[in-house]
Ligand binder design. Structure first.
Ligand code: COA
Length: 335
């Protein structure tokens, strides 16, 4: 008998973790801050509550809880990690990277560490990047985190944005597998010409964080909500279709889609365009709002906890965000 060819090496998820800060803000709480209502927020977005970081909680403080949980679930020790990749648009500070803060706090002495900024798409971009490093044999084990504290950037007087966001963190530990399970493929994309629809203008090298910039609120997030909505609905269904085809699957073989939680109506529009029932989408926006890079791993974690994901299931993780960026990853669950 001819020897079996070696199975393809793939990165696969060994463990998942997530964390949301305990402080909860309801729609009624927001209605006391800005001119809005529970009815408006619920019908336009699907959001009922969001979790907000305490004054002493920076992004790494959320990330470390999710990371430790993912390591425990994976039965991997921090000192055995080769890489820590943190997807975030709200690092603890401009540099060093939040991944380096985590590397130190976790005691992951052997791990390389860097942050990746693709706004709300950062986690999926990071998953694909770290997954490729594993599949190519460059590294064996990686911690990929999506964590953001958008509450620190949002304009709490702008009802068009402050009702949408929440804080959180999610993490996965990736290892390698030759079982045929794991990450099949990923697609990343961007349209830099649409960068103005969602941005934080100040705090970088173009407009440093001066008193004048702060006075003009340029350190706060700006969003053209309708433009983002249209971009998402135009881009993401096609992105999911292409990713599924690139994995060699058909749409009806996909068991579950874990989409970025930005607006329930965007997820419903995706379902309708893809001719898929809403049961195939993980939705937890009602509890967390838009947690940016944390949104996909937080939804993945909750789906795992709820027993909605089984070994062998075909999943698609898909996200979009400022940039305009978008990314999707197709994977078969299990080791
Ligand atoms: N409460 C009450 N009224 C509000 C409001 C709020 N929180 N925010 C906006 N409004 C008002 C507007 O001022 C407008 O009033 P007008 O008709 O008198 O001018 C009206 O509601 C409609 O606003 P509009 O912007 O057309 O609403 P919308 O249906 O497009 O919903 C968003 C707004 C922001 C919820 C929606 O566009 C959205 O979710 N966009 C995508 C955002 C996103 O995904 N961002 C993150 C990407 S990673």
């Amino acid at each position: 008998m001819a020897p079996r060819p070696p199975a393809e090496l793939r990165a696969t998820v060994l463990g998942v973790g997530a964390y949301a800060p305990p402080k909860v803000m309801t729609n009624d709480d927001l209605a006391r801050l800005v001119d809005t209502s529970d009815e408006w927020i619920t019908t336009r977005t699907g959001i009922k509550r969001r979790h907000i970081a305490g004054p002493d909680q920076a992004t790494s403080d959320l990330a470390i809880v999710a990371a430790q949980q993912a390591l425990d679930a994976a039965a991997v020790r921090a000192q055995d990690l080769d890489l820590i990749l943190v997807g975030t648009a709200t690092p603890d500070m401009l540099f060093p990277a939040t991944a380096c803060v985590l590397q130190d706090r976790l005691g992951a002495a052997r791990a390389g560490a860097f942050d990746l900024l693709a706004a709300c798409s950062s986690f999926v971009y990071g998953l694909i990047s770290a997954g490729q490093m594993i599949a190519s044999g460059v590294i064996r084990t990686a911690l990929v985190v999506g964590a953001d504290t958008l509450s620190r950037l949002v304009d709490w007087e702008d009802r068009g944005t402050c009702v949408l966001i929440g804080d959180g963190a999610g993490a996965v530990v990736l290892g390698s597998s030759e079982s045929g399970r794991g990450i099949y493929t990923g697609r990343v994309g961007a349209d830099g010409s649409a960068g103005d629809v969602l941005k934080v203008p100040a705090g970088g090298s173009r407009i440093p964080a001066t008193a004048e910039a702060i006075e003009r609120k340029l350190h706060r997030g700006y969003m053209d909500g309708q433009a983002v909505f249209k971009l998402a609905v135009r881009t993401i269904p096609g992105l999911i279709r292409e990713t599924v085809a690139q994995a060699g699957w058909t749409m009806d073989q996909v068991d579950l889609i874990v989409p970025h939680q930005a607006n329930l109506r965007i997820i419903e529009a995706m379902a309708s365009q893809l001719h898929l029932p809403m049961e195939k989408f993980v939705v937890n926006i009602q509890e967390y709002g838009n947690t940016s890079a944390a949104s996909v791993p937080l939804a993945l974690f909750e789906a795992v906890q709820a027993g909605r994901i089984h070994a062998g299931d075909r999943l698609v993780l898909a996200a979009f965000g400022g940039g305009f960026t978008y990314a999707a990853c197709a994977l078969v669950w299990g080791t």
